[in-house]
Design a protein around this ligand. Structure first.
Ligand SMILES: [Zn+2]
Length: 157
């Protein structure tokens, strides 16, 4: 029991460390990405060699954008990892990851149960309510009373 708990603690510690490293690395990439885009936008245009300088500018911009997205993904994942392990612990980490699926399942089971318990006849909404149907003059189809047009032939009822 004691071993398990220390193993759990060290795993948690490792995840926390990984989260911090990811966050720091991601943050670094973000800064480099911003700097790269900034330099691409502020670099003086070399008018004597316009196409080369603009392609370099484009390259810097693309690299910057990639670094930004990778950096923010890393930092986000790292932050989440650190935050989750820090606040809720390792056990909850997997719970958090599977929460949406579990929620959907619980909801589905819940609605299925309530549908099972409240039978059609017991429902206050369906009690004593009879749908009145009228016959279509054109085709004889039994249409609901509130309908303006026959759903079979489209004729006005
Ligand atoms: Zn009809």
């Amino acid at each position: 029991m004691r071993n398990q708990s220390t193993e759990y603690e060290s795993k948690k510690q490792n995840l926390r460390l990984l989260g911090m490293v990811l966050f720091v690395v991601g943050g670094g990439l973000l800064i480099i990405g911003v700097a790269s885009i900034f330099s691409a936008m502020t670099a003086p245009t070399d008018w004597d060699n316009f196409s080369a300088s603009s392609s370099q500018r484009m390259g810097n911009f693309i690299i910057g954008a990639i670094l930004l997205s990778v950096g923010s993904a890393c930092a986000g994942a790292g932050y989440k990892l650190y935050f989750v392990t820090h606040i809720r612990g390792l056990a909850r980490y997997t719970a958090v990851e599977t929460a949406p699926a579990a929620e959907i399942m619980t909801e589905a089971i819940g609605s299925g149960l309530s549908r099972g318990f409240v039978k059609e006849g017991d429902s206050p909404f369906s009690q004593g309510k009879e749908v009145i149907r009228i016959k279509c003059r054109n085709c004889g189809y039994l249409e609901t009373e509130d309908a303006d047009f026959c759903s079979k032939c489209g004729e006005k009822v």
